[in-house]
Design a protein. Structure first.
Length: 261
């Protein structure tokens, strides 16, 4: 049995979390009982009992036939509580508004979570051509401006061996290619994602160094069709200024409670 911090893992709790994470990853693709039992290697009867318990508490929902299952509304309520209780997110939000007003482009804040980044706040562009984003979205850290800005704050030795997931033809899929890019990020002071995560979108990422190493980053995403050399220069200048304001405002350690993540 696995251990966490020297404490034996509670099997039933781990199974519950694994089920919720599986349903969350499936998004708008509801699952059948047997699919979930097979995926998590759980007896059908045990999976059914777990699903019924979670349905009664609002963590899982089912269709009118009782044969399809999806993530429930309480997952949303808990996620919203995470954002509302995080002191860094509260402080950063007004600066995202400032960047959005100055640039007219989509602005993000995200946090490193294992090998991915999770989006904590977004401000959408009002332009006809815009990027598509949402709070709670996850992307591999190696394939976007936010993730690369945060990976560059860490030793290359911490990077996993490749190959890495391919999102577009421009994604860095080898360790050597990624480490070369991260060296440029460190020299430049910010990351650039030129259609590596999403075709047609360029991103500029800036690590927020109120933690060491940085856990959070902000970015500006722009459709390629709207990106000129002059616009890129202004984006970098504005985002650098916004980063400096945030780092001067957010106390190291995140206030009264220093969460691990």
């Amino acid at each position: 049995m696995s251990e966490t911090g020297g404490v034996r893992e509670v099997k039933s709790a781990a199974r519950t979390v694994e089920l919720l994470e599986l349903l969350a990853v499936r998004g708008d693709r509801p699952a059948r009982l047997q699919e979930l039992a097979d995926e998590l290697d759980v007896p059908r009867s045990s999976m059914y009992a777990l699903l019924q318990t979670l349905i009664s508490r609002g963590w899982v929902r089912t269709d009118v036939t009782g044969s399809l299952y999806g993530i429930g509304i309480h997952a949303l309520l808990t996620g919203t509580s995470y954002l509302d209780s995080d002191p860094r997110v509260r402080v950063v939000r007004p600066y995202l508004d400032e960047a959005s007003q100055a640039l007219g482009e989509t602005i993000h804040m995200a946090r490193l979570d294992g090998r991915d980044v999770a989006y904590l706040a977004t401000r959408e562009s009002h332009e006809y051509l815009r990027t598509i984003s949402r709070v709670g979205r996850r992307l591999p850290a190696h394939a976007g401006a936010l993730g690369k800005a945060l990976l560059a704050e860490r030793p290359d030795a911490d990077l996993p061996e490749g190959p890495y997931e391919t999102l577009t033809p421009n994604t860095h899929t080898t360790r050597d290619a990624l480490t070369a890019d991260l060296a440029e990020v460190r020299a430049r002071g910010y990351s650039v994602d030129r259609e590596e995560g999403v075709l047609g979108i360029v991103g500029f990422g800036f690590a927020l160094r109120y933690d060491t190493p940085a856990q959070d980053a902000i970015s500006c995403s722009v459709p390629v069709a709207r990106l000129s050399a002059g616009h890129e220069e202004r984006i970098v200048a504005v985002m650098r200024e916004i980063r400096a304001k945030i780092e001067a405002t957010v106390p190291g350690g995140g206030g009264s409670v220093h969460w691990r993540r």
